[in-house]
Ligand binder design. Structure first.
Ligand code: ADP
Ligand code: MG
Length: 457
């Protein structure tokens, strides 16, 4: 039998025996690379190292058995990474409530505009930022920072919920500073994930001097979503030193977070008090007037005109997330241009539904357990019962971690749900997974894939 058709037969058989998502994730893009007729060794290619390890550990028996079914001369199977295939898909870490439906202006195209030196995206400007009672304090603080870099409000800490303009504001500050002070002021924008990765990499490769240089040799350091730094001692320490070095030299530090410093549970005390020593401003939910103003501004920016009634309807329905407001508007604009007619209420409702339906409320404890169990191919009972089998340890800890991170359940409550376990076990699991995902790319990858499934269903 030809390699190609042999492999198709094998895949056809395996497809019936593993779950659909697992088949699509792990096996669909596999290939039979070669088969030595003499020794009967088959080489199976997978698109990346992660998939290779996973398939080898999980499906080896199945693959070998099935190959033998179709071709009696097969003795053994080896695995390899296909040259030139795409790298592991690194999905953006999905935050609770963040929609995958990105408005067109957030598609990868805009990535090419990002300034490689500062990491700033020029699309974020102060001019395009609509100011209202929900964000005026933050806006004023940003303006003050821009005109007195490093002197007045240092550090500046902006916090608030998802999609309320934090990234927009702090990036806009960076853009203005860069423009105003041109070469005299070195600006760097990083997400805290990037910072954490840099620190972990440097520590592992004994190159901490490099990152010291990178982060201390700037005038304005902007860190987005700093809350992720909490509970990672090495990173916190490195950040603390960087922070002090910059601070003492009157360099400006601007941070955003999804909650106030006091509410970041594992943040070390001295770091917390440093954050609180500067200016703290929050952004809250925009009121109706402001939501409407944002929609109108976006229409003007895009040079489109949308019926006032439509805008009012969107502003009434979407209340808690400006990114969603933007997302719905973009779809409406697209629809009207494409159909060349005004949108009707039914279609509008549909768009609003699909843009804002993925909310953390829709995800349940059982869904999390089921998704994780399916992913690891163990039964749901294994996760909730008392057994201590080695292969259920990681999935169970992942479930605990997700129940905490996604549903914000209390530790005792999680323990209760998972076979009446003690809350300290849950705390331990949560800490362990939080720590490991920054150090173990494979676990990180698993969590991203699990979350992707979770938010899709
Ligand atoms: P956050 O970082 O708080 O999650 P973002 O800054 O990414 O939110 O904002 C989400 C989207 O909404 C972005 O496209 C941003 O440009 C837009 N946006 C947020 N607040 C405003 C505002 N006040 N005026 C105009 N656009 C805004
Ligand atoms: Mg943000």
């Amino acid at each position: 039998m030809e390699h190609e058709s042999l492999w198709q037969n094998v895949l056809g058989e395996i497809e019936l025996q593993v779950s659909r998502p697992n088949f699509l994730t792990w096996l669909k893009n596999s290939q039979l690379v070669e088969k030595s007729e003499k020794e009967g060794v088959v080489l199976v290619g997978l698109p990346n190292n992660f998939a290779k390890e996973w398939v080898k550990n999980r499906y080896h028996k199945l693959i070998l058995g099935s190959l033998r079914n179709f071709d009696g001369s097969v003795r053994s199977v080896n695995y390899t990474v296909l040259a030139g295939s795409s790298p592991v898909v690194v999905l953006k870490q999905q935050k609770v409530g963040v929609k995958e439906n990105k408005p067109p202006d957030e598609l990868p195209l805009s990535r090419s505009l990002i300034d490689p030196e500062t990491n700033l995206n020029p699309k974020y400007t102060l001019d395009s930022f609509v100011v209202g009672s929900s964000n005026e304090l933050a806006f004023a603080a940003i303006q003050a920072v821009v005109s007195t870099v490093g002197k007045k409000y240092n550090p500046l800490f902006i916090y608030g919920g998802v999609g309320l303009g934090k990234t927009h504001l702090i990036q806009a500050a960076g853009n203005v500073i860069k423009e105003r002070y041109n070469k005299k002021c070195k600006v760097l924008y990083v997400t805290s994930e990037k910072f954490i990765n840099d620190v972990v990499w440097a520590v592992r490769n004994k190159r901490t001097e490099d990152i010291k240089k990178k982060y201390r040799d700037i005038d304005v350091l902007i860190i987005d979503d700093i809350q992720f730094i909490g509970g990672k001692p090495t990173t916190e320490l490195e950040f603390f030193y960087t922070f002090n070095a910059l601070y003492e030299n009157n360099k400006q530090i601007i941070m955003s977070s999804d909650r106030a410093p006091a509410a970041i549970p594992t943040l070390e005390e001295r770091l917390r008090s440093r954050f609180e020593g500067g200016m703290i401003a929050d952004v809250t939910y925009p009121d109706y007037e402001m939501r409407l103003a944002i929609l109108k501004t976006k229409c003007i920016e895009q040079g489109v005109s949308i019926n006032q009634k439509t805008l009012e309807y969107i502003a009434t329905k979407i209340q808690k997330n400006i990114r969603e407001l933007d997302g719905v508007l973009n779809k409406v604009v697209f629809y009207e241009q494409y159909k060349n007619k005004e949108i009707d209420e039914k279609k509008l409702d549909e768009i609003i539904q699909e843009t804002s339906h993925v909310s953390p409320k829709n995800i349940t404890t059982n869904e999390i357990i089921k998704t994780v169990a399916d992913f690891y191919e163990i039964s749901q009972i294994d996760i909730t019962n008392k057994g201590r089998k080695q292969e259920v340890v990681e999935p169970r800890q992942v479930v605990m971690y997700l129940l905490r991170e996604v549903l914000k359940l209390s530790y005792p409550h999680i323990g209760e749900k998972l076979g009446k376990r003690d809350h300290t076990t849950v705390i331990h699991a949560h800490e362990k997974i939080s720590k490991e995902i920054t150090q173990n790319p494979s676990l990180n990858q698993k969590l991203l894939l699990i979350k992707e499934r979770l938010y899709k269903t």
